[in-house]
Write a protein that binds this ligand. Structure first.
Ligand code: AMP
Length: 396
């Protein structure tokens, strides 16, 4: 069974094609285009490239196209993307302006191009469906809560991948099995004692930290929107809600302008004075730019803040995992996040940390109570697995 997973940005299309045969999962092809001006043409070019590479002969071989969709009103989990779901996604366009609109547009174009192929979305909010209510509520009136003003949590596909893979690497097949079953039984598969407590740090252009107990998320640093939590590349991260009316009244910003600045001119970009890529910010900091150093320090401070929160909620941790562009590659950021945490049982092995980039590895000392690990994420594989499961279940 071949499943294509398409990652849709406002000007990019990236994809991975998986083949699921009995008992195996194979990546057949991956590719992408940046600076896309004509999305319909990009889809055409993607299909042409899949054929040219020999990965498929014809698009009818694709059992489904899967998407890492963000959020939709009243819809969660893994679903077929019909008109009703697309409208429910559009309802939250303003909450996820960098994500939902390109997905809705791109999915409609896929539907037009491949009307007979199932299009399936795994929502990024799905992993948090079983988090305790107290961790997901904002203290707002019930009517606001029902409109969606609550913590949703995002990066669900990535943190789910880490939940499963970390359990496998820690020799806890029972917990890995629970993660695999999560969207079927809601985390009811039995697990052995002792409990497995994992803190997953997805640090990249967009960052979040999640606490995971026995394979099930207990919360996420991202709140109602993917602009919250840690400072993101251009997006603000956590901000007191009263800042917005204050700015609108005092600095006379319009709502549209304030929203644009919060989404496009804030986060690391605002702190550093322009750069939003950690490599550029580090180069600036190395030249003595205090704004760049502040951007790095703020990211580290916020990551530690959330690691601390989940460490407390989990009553300790068995593993602290780093993933995504920064988490997998940025040795100095990992070092700074783990500095002086021996009291919490976290002791980084500096030499191992310096060596490891984008490969599965333990980077803590043998004496460290918490295993600090690097695990490259694979969000597309999680989407493909769930799409496959949905197809199989709908046949039965
Ligand atoms: P992501 O959104 O996961 O692609 O992560 C993007 C961030 O990760 C950027 O800030 C990059 O500077 C950083 N990053 C990605 N790849 C590398 C690498 N090979 N070495 C250092 N930093 C990287």
């Amino acid at each position: 069974m071949k499943i294509l997973v398409a990652n849709l940005g406002s000007t990019s299309l990236k994809w991975r094609l998986f083949d699921f045969a009995v008992g195996q999962e194979r990546l057949l092809h991956k590719g992408g285009f940046e600076r896309v001006a004509d999305y319909a043409q990009a889809i055409e070019d993607c299909l042409a490239e899949l054929k040219r590479s020999g990965a498929i002969q014809h698009e009818s071989e694709l059992a489904a196209v899967g998407f890492k969709t963000i959020m939709a009103r009243g819809i969660n989990g893994c679903v077929r993307l019909d008109q009703q779901v697309l409208q429910a996604m559009e309802f939250y366009n303003q909450i996820a302006p960098a994500h939902n609109p390109p997905y809705v547009t791109g999915i409609r174009l896929f539907a037009r191009r491949m009307p007979d192929t199932p299009l399936i979305g795994l929502f990024e909010t799905a992993f948090y469906q079983w988090a305790p209510e107290a961790a997901m509520r904002y203290a707002v009136p019930q009517a606001w809560h029902e409109l969606g003003v609550r913590r949703w949590g995002f990066h669900g596909a990535s943190h789910k991948f880490i939940a499963e893979r970390s359990a496998e690497l820690l020799g806890r097949e029972d917990v890995a099995l629970r993660v695999r079953q999560l969207y079927v039984d809601g985390g009811r598969s039995p697990v052995r004692q002792p409990e497995l407590r994992v803190i997953s740090c997805h640090l990249g252009g967009s960052s979040s930290v999640t606490g995971i107990l026995n394979g099930v998320a207990i919360g996420n640093s991202l709140g109602m929107s993917p602009q919250s939590g840690l400072p993101q590349n251009n997006r603000v991260g956590d901000l007191d809600a009263f800042a917005l009316p204050f700015l609108m009244r005092t600095a006379r910003l319009t709502l549209d302008e304030a929203e644009r600045v919060l989404c496009q001119e804030s986060g690391l970009k605002a702190l550093s004075g322009g750069a939003n890529d950690i490599r550029d910010i580090q180069a600036q900091a190395a030249q003595g730019d205090p704004r760049a150093q502040l951007a790095l320090d703020t990211l580290v401070h916020q990551a530690r803040h959330w690691i601390g929160a989940f460490h407390l909620e989990l009553n300790g941790a068995d593993a602290l995992v780093f993933t995504a562009g920064i988490g997998e590659n940025q040795t100095r950021i990992r070092q700074a996040i783990c500095a002086q945490l021996e009291q919490l049982g976290i002791a980084l092995d500096s030499a191992a940390n310096d060596r490891v980039r984008a490969q599965e590895s333990v980077i803590s000392t043998p004496a460290s109570r918490v295993k600090v690990m690097v695990i490259p994420t694979n969000e597309e594989l999680v989407v493909a697995r769930e799409a496959k499961r949905l197809l199989e279940n709908s046949k039965n």
